[in-house]
Write a protein that binds this ligand. Structure first.
Ligand SMILES: [Zn+2]
Length: 210
């Protein structure tokens, strides 16, 4: 949870490229999702899928890599071809290679941005849920920040997390992902002036043991 220190209320309010859910590594997590591991080619076409698992792989010249290590263009191909159908952002995804901490966000014109180094690219359920989060921002025009007061922007973030954790796909996410969402929900509530505890946020986010 070391990234907590980097977060402050001002960033939560003003950064459209959010510092969301950057605290964890899902690689050693239990896999509750049963959709299988996914294998794509470098153009983003699905090649194969195993019966269980949740990881995302790319096969490049016969070599299998985790999507997190595949390079921004291939990541972009995979996301555009497999995760954005029915999710009408202003345009397809842009990978942000410049910052290791940024997970996902929307640009000023409503395009999806995902951190090229983000752990959410390591598994299907995290990527899907994070994109659903951004889609809620998009559908409610949250990226048009001039339409909202600072307080409303803070409330928008709370509303978006609360929407995300109520979606069916959220039930497929790993416990470490949920823990990270809980931290961000807690911080967002505090930023918006809502009474909050991390324990309650973990309950709300269905973190195991809460
Ligand atoms: Zn958000």
């Amino acid at each position: 949870m070391k990234k907590l220190k980097r977060l402050n209320k001002a960033k939560l309010a003003f950064d459209m490229l959010e510092k969301e859910m950057t605290v964890i590594n899902d690689s050693d997590e239990l896999k509750s999702y049963t959709g299988g591991d996914y294998y794509y080619d470098s153009s983003g076409n699905l090649i194969s899928q195993t019966p269980t698992g949740d990881q995302l792989f790319v096969v490049i010249n016969g070599v299998t890599k985790n999507l997190t290590e595949a390079g921004a263009q291939i990541q972009q191909n995979v996301v555009n071809n497999n995760f954005l159908s029915g999710t009408p952002f202003s345009s397809g995804v842009t990978m942000n290679s410049s910052s290791s901490g940024d997970v996902s966000g929307l640009s000023a014109n409503g395009s999806l941005i995902i951190g090229a180094n983000s752990y959410i690219l390591s598994n299907y359920s995290s990527l899907e849920s994070s994109i659903a989060h951004e889609k809620y921002h998009f559908d409610n025009n949250h990226y048009m920040i001039d339409n909202f007061t600072q307080q409303q922007q803070k409330q928008n973030e709370v509303n978006t997390y609360e929407h995300q954790i109520g979606l069916p796909g959220y039930l497929d996410t790993s416990n470490s992902y949920r823990s990270a969402v809980a931290v961000q929900l807690h911080l967002s509530r505090q930023a918006a002036g809502i009474e909050s505890t991390i324990e309650q946020a973990k309950v709300d986010c269905l973190v195991q043991g809460y």
